[in-house]
Design a protein around this ligand. Structure first.
Ligand SMILES: [Zn+2]
Ligand SMILES: [Zn+2]
Length: 353
């Protein structure tokens, strides 16, 4: 079978892969039907994820059909349609028991798929802790609707949760890329007064507005975002800021644009350290929340998709098949042609004839 291999820094290649098998009792092998490319995959390719292991199959955002289960797997059966979680987790360690699955201490815990063990940009993938990490997809939910459940949508859902958004809040989301849009979609579930997105790309601003994900978009490169947000809030500033851009000055924008006693949720991954100038923000009494997603709410998210409350499939702008996935990489990395997310389908070998 074919799969995208992390060959070395700067190099991914579509090559031949070994068919995976059940190794541990709790494993499942899943036949991938649809996968995507995440910004984290690009981070691996550029060498900025030191724990990524050369030689593995990359990819961690996918849906598929259970092919085989180990003897320790509970309810899942071959033939079940499932969405995968970016984080495999044991469910039993100190952190897992508290819902902090990102920090699972098991050797296969946290972000392992497509980073430290073989991932999903291929035909078949072994998923450890299948009971914890595969979410059944209801029949009426499409693969495209379910595709982002375990990664960028989980990030948005988790970020909205830890941002303490109250009804009627003014929420600012910095960055209208795929993850920023998921954060805004999930913030919307909490009935804010308005969602303001800061984004330098004109077509991303248009996308956010056209899909009703943002109420207002500001171009921070040509407009004074801080004074516009103050103008909307009786001079106070944002009640909640979600920083998803990771740009040169976006962390500073995040805390400046926040009102006193606001929550600033930092989802972004920065290439360099950021400065926290405490004297400048003394008395502002901000709450900062930081870090990588705890993807522990996939069942709730699938329920919201099933009920028609969330439909992240609008983010899919381009579709490819696995044999053309390297073209999908080029497009996604270039941000050309209005690409937001790509969906890569994997035809069944026996369906090709
Ligand atoms: Zn990802
Ligand atoms: Zn654990």
């Amino acid at each position: 079978m074919k799969g995208v291999v992390y060959v070395s820094e700067g190099c991914f290649r579509l090559g031949d892969r070994e068919r995976p098998a059940v190794v541990e009792a709790g494993d499942a092998v899943v036949r991938v039907t649809l996968s995507s490319i995440c910004a984290s995959d690009l981070h691996i390719r550029e060498g900025s994820v030191p724990r990524a292991v050369p030689g593995i199959t990359v990819g961690h955002e996918f849906v598929g059909v259970v092919e085989e289960v180990g003897p320790g797997v509970g309810d899942l059966r071959p033939g079940d349609r499932v969405a995968a979680n970016v984080e495999t987790f044991c469910g039993e360690c100190f952190y897992c028991r508290r819902g902090y699955v990102n920090n699972c201490t098991h050797p296969l815990g946290g972000w392992a798929l497509g980073c430290r063990i073989d991932g999903c940009q291929t035909e078949l993938v072994r998923v450890p802790f299948a009971d914890n990490c595969l979410t059944p997809i209801p029949d009426h939910v499409t693969d495209e609707q379910a595709l982002f459940t375990g990664d960028i949508l989980s990030t948005g859902y988790w970020a909205a949760d830890i941002s303490d958004i109250s009804e009627g809040d003014n929420v600012v989301v910095i960055g209208a890329g795929p993850t920023g849009l998921c954060c805004a979609m999930c913030a919307r579930l909490r009935s804010p007064a308005r969602i303001v997105m800061l984004e330098v790309s004109p077509w991303r601003r248009t996308f956010a507005l056209e899909h009703g994900i943002a109420d207002v978009c500001i171009d921070p490169s040509s407009e004074d975002a801080e004074s516009i947000v103050r103008g909307m809030t009786d001079g106070r500033g944002a009640d909640v800021v979600m920083e998803v851009a990771g740009g040169e000055d976006t962390f500073e924008t995040a805390w400046r644009i926040a009102r006193p006693n606001a929550t600033v949720c930092v989802v972004a991954m920065y290439p360099v350290p950021q400065v926290l100038p405490l004297p400048d923000m003394y008395g502002k009494n901000l709450t900062f929340r930081t870090g990588g997603v705890d993807a522990s709410h996939c069942s709730e998210i699938m329920g919201l998709i099933s009920d028609g409350v969330l439909d992240p499939s609008v983010l899919i702008t381009h579709r490819f098949t696995l044999d053309r996935i390297m073209e999908a990489y080029d497009l996604f990395a270039s941000r050309a042609d209005g690409v937001m997310k790509v969906a890569v389908s994997v035809p069944r070998p026996d369906a090709e004839n």
